[in-house]
Design a protein around this ligand. Sequence first.
Ligand SMILES: CC(C)(COP(=O)(O)OP(=O)(O)OC[C@H]1O[C@@H](n2cnc3c(N)ncnc32)[C@H](O)[C@@H]1OP(=O)(O)O)[C@@H](O)C(=O)NCCC(=O)NCCS
Length: 251
Amino acid sequence: MPVDLEKILRPIDRPMAPYPPKHVTLASGDDMVVRQVGRDDIPKILPHVAPLMYVERDFYDCVAARVYAELLAYYRHRVQDEYVLIAQVDGELCAIVNGRMVDEKVGMSLHTLALRRGLRIGAHAFAAKMEYHMDILGQEEVLVVAESPIGFRRWMIEYDLEKRFDIPHELGGVPSYALTRELFERARGTLVIGRRPVPEALLSKAMEEILPPSDPPRPPDDLLAATRSQYDPTGTALMLQRWVEEGKVKA
Ligand SMILES: CC(C)(COP(=O)(O)OP(=O)(O)OC[C@H]1O[C@@H](n2cnc3c(N)ncnc32)[C@H](O)[C@@H]1OP(=O)(O)O)[C@@H](O)C(=O)NCCC(=O)NCCS
């Protein structure tokens, strides 16, 4: 008897209420829309994640590689109960956040990726994701980890997250922290902000097209400087690599 393997490989998502879009006024005065995207939107987003895999600064490389895999898995039905929210200013992609339901009560925060820096866009996008778990999905707590010092400052410290070190997080098995309902309520109105409904013109601009980020994080022009600041104070590794490429020394 033939077996339809796809039926076995493809998980069946639980029904999840949609995230109602909201808008947030940024410190720059820009009005940012945060909205949910579906599977069909993923191919439009992936090309803006891929270049970040080569940006070492602030762990963009590690986070972007994981986000790419999670978004692709969502698109190709290889992950269960995932959702993706994006933030846009004038249609331009500014942040991507995603997560999952572990069960009815517990949520798993996956990633937050800011594609425009310095305006707390990532912080607002993360807050929207917590709002989704708490207000829309009605969950009791969300498991969170940080991969970068900025992430740790933004989530663990700003929300004063509780330790759940007995629970390995899905991101690398590292010990989890948790946003509880009580912590979420404490953050409402300060860290968790935004208005609904989104004005018609603003929402249709966002829905029309996901425009590329105009000033995304990029790798440094001078790789030597980056190497110096990170792991190699003398820059020797990079100079050697250049000499090998130029044929001056043998590898
Ligand atoms: C963590 C993250 C989502 C936070 O986004 P954010 O809230 O928009 O904050 P930014 O990254 O823009 O800024 C963080 C700090 O770096 C500074 N900064 C870094 N690069 C900057 C830039 N190009 N322009 C201005 N400020 C910059 C900011 O001043 C800010 O300082 P503050 O905390 O005192 O306000 C974002 O840094 C990011 O995507 N990092 C890479 C991936 C990552 O670590 N994700 C979280 C994994 S759990």
